[in-house]
Write a protein that binds this ligand. Structure first.
Ligand SMILES: *Cc1c(COP(=O)(O)O)cnc(C)c1O
Length: 340
């Protein structure tokens, strides 16, 4: 059933699906992408033999529309999501959706569902989920020749007082192989991380950290967010690895950290270095930064800053990026697109 805007409590949205008036859909067949369009249909009908059900050709993105203080709406670097979806698609042998068409589809769906972009004061946002699936009917294994690109949007709550640190543990599972699909935003990586997360929750942790799949020696990332640490000397450090997803939040924080003189670096980080970090966090669109209060592995618990409070550098980076996204402070050139 379609959501009614008057039934929503902007201050208590959580991270749930609401069926909004419009979605966007486009199809690839006969060797080309055909013009996409808004649709009121929020279901997809597929053959039981569709590629996505059997051989997992699926890639997705996640980005947000932010209501500014003046009522206008901001998008944050949507062309980077467009490029990453194309890169993910290429890795899975899929036909990339054109960059310009992606950005246009995001603007179109936000405008069509404008009344569902939460008010500035709530700190809530409209979350946009573009994805692509192989739809060709298959029995034998080969890439699809037909694809559907689809976008839905749903309002999601603020992680208000979002800077509350949480405890983490280290997974014994891998989410992606070394030369596998770790750099692609694809459902399979999530499927393989679900039991690891469930185990972490069961053991009383917010989530788990994955180590590099070859040696289990280096820090890779969390299931849905990249890792950073702030050394005792105040340096911003984040892992370099072949099996982590290139986070746009991470890329943006690296640039802000540079401007703040934090001498940021991307390099392999041995898990044994964990005690060297005074602060740590998880970076991703959903929460921007989730401060890491502690990481427990092999009976050793390392506490960052103060388990109950985010550190000063984490807090400063978080506030700066949030303010940029909402248009409360000037953004580096090209970071913000304000919808007309
Ligand atoms: C989406 C995602 C992230 C975060 O990327 P952002 O572009 O910052 O939202 C990090 N890790 C994984 C595995 C992801 O799927």
């Amino acid at each position: 059933m379609k959501e009614k805007v008057e039934n929503l409590d902007w201050n208590n949205l959580g991270f749930n699906y609401h069926d909004l008036p419009y979605s966007f859909t486009a199809k690839f067949f006969d060797g080309q992408w055909h013009a996409g369009e808004l649709t009121e249909k929020s279901t997809i009908e597929l053959s039981e033999a569709a590629e996505v059900f059997h051989y997992g050709q699926e890639v997705f993105e996640g980005l947000k529309a932010y209501r500014r203080k003046d009522g206008k709406i901001n998008l944050f670097r949507p062309e980077l999501n467009a490029q990453r979806l194309a890169d993910s698609a290429a890795r899975l042998g899929m036909e990339p959706y054109p960059i310009d068409a992606f950005v246009e589809s995001v603007k179109t769906i936000v405008k069509a569902n404008e009344q569902f972009v939460p008010p500035y004061e709530s700190g809530a946002t409209l979350y946009i989920r573009p994805f692509m699936i192989g739809t060709t009917r298959v029995v034998g294994v080969s890439p699809a020749t037909e694809y559907t690109y689809h976008v839905y949007a749903t309002p999601v709550g603020a992680y208000v007082n979002g800077l509350i640190p949480a405890p983490y543990t280290v997974s014994e599972y891998d989410r992606a192989a070394h030369a596998g699909t770790g750099r692609a935003k694809t459902s399979g990586n999530y499927a393989s991380s679900l039991i690891a997360s469930a185990q972490a929750h069961q053991d009383g942790y917010a989530d788990c950290l994955f180590l590099d799949p070859r040696e289990h020696k280096y820090i890779d990332e969390f299931g849905g967010a990249n890792f950073f640490g702030i050394t005792k000397e105040g340096q911003f450090v984040t892992p370099k690895s072949a099996s982590i997803l290139p986070s746009i939040t991470k890329r943006s924080l690296l640039e802000l950290a540079e401007r703040q003189g934090l001498n940021p670096v991307e390099r392999p980080i041995e898990f044994s270095e964990i005690d060297q970090f005074a602060e740590a966090g998880a970076m991703g669109t959903a929460a921007v930064i989730s401060p890491v209060g502690s990481i427990t592995a092999n009976g050793h618990k390392h506490v960052f800053y103060d388990e109950k409070e985010a550190g000063p550098i984490t807090t400063k980076l978080y506030n700066e990026l949030i303010d940029i996204q909402y248009g409360d402070r000037p953004a580096p050139a090209g970071w913000i697109q304000t919808l007309e």
